[in-house]
Ligand binder design. Sequence first.
Ligand code: ATP
Ligand code: MG
Length: 363
Amino acid sequence: MGKIILTGDRPTGRLHVGHYVGSLRRRVELQNSGEYDKTFIMIADAQALTDNIENPEKVRQNIIEVALDYLACGLDPAKSTLFIQSQIAELCELTFYYMDLVTVSRLQRNPTVKSEIKMRNFEASIPVGFFTYPISQAADITAFKATTVPVGEDQLPMIEQTREIVRKFNAVYEEVLVEPEVLLPENDACMRLPGIDGKAKMSKSLGNCIYLADSADEVRKKIMSMYTDPEHIQVSDPGHIEGNTVFTYLDAFCRPEHFERYLPDYADLNELKAHYQRGGLGDVKVKKFLNNIIQEELEPIRTRRKEFEKDIPAIYEMLKKGSDIAREVAAQTLSEVKRAMKINYFEDMALIQSQAEKYGQES
Ligand code: ATP
Ligand code: MG
């Protein structure tokens, strides 16, 4: 059995730096590491429709935005299969069969779905498709027999749900499905990067993002307006690090060499934090440092994106090819699933034979 990656994003907007530190950066490293036999990257449009049913145009428009962000970050169609979820009908079939393996109360306990329902004010009008999206996500992961799923922390309950479905399926039917491992980011800041407003999670739906495609000027303005420590009023005041978005972003982005380049008065991030906590270090200085670091990281991404923007039809063509490959892989898994579930009537000669014999027909 090979090592296989599957992960993806909802085309509900352009990708932001939360996606970047939470999953995208890692995906590109894994893709280039040579340690994985296959990498599948999915644009989850069908999942995006579960809570955007009145806005299909938004989802449609953002397919290309997400694809451009992927390519700009270094996902390479020669090494990874990039595809669109809705084009793989087999995923719907798998979802339907997996629904039999999950209880309503189990879905109700999913903490991410719970908080997303709250955030979207669904209350009593939760679309069934949205409520059951963890099952569809299990179909996405298992269709490709993924062993490794690099995602942010909010996806943990989804992977756990997938693992339960796999165990149940393999126990009830046959050992067909593969239990995936989650690959979380290296530190807390990257697991769930907060929004620039300091809210718990940077999220397209909350409008508190720094987008990978933002211009240098937009990025600078957003960083300068970032939430810090409301009690840190005068430069001389002692400041708090915890819950201070600028420092959380530094945890996510800062590397030792950044100090040599942009802030040589400090040896490392710990020294900078200590000074802030002591008092005497102003927000503007820290924000400027962060701005330098983020600009350095985003500049090559922006430049590559501009190149890819020059040939949009080629990107659709690449996604079509990727979807064709993905469909073949998913069809193979589906056929194994159907055999295990005993719903493969027409390819089971022994079944037809035994039924014929039951009715007195000799072969
Ligand atoms: P939406 O608001 O439409 O749900 P989103 O911004 O949450 O959009 P998704 O497409 O749901 O983005 O998530 C794609 C991937 O990015 C997932 O692996 C998720 O864990 C990760 N991710 C999203 N937001 C963050 C964040 N703020 N910090 C770290 N990882 C994140
Ligand atoms: Mg999300």
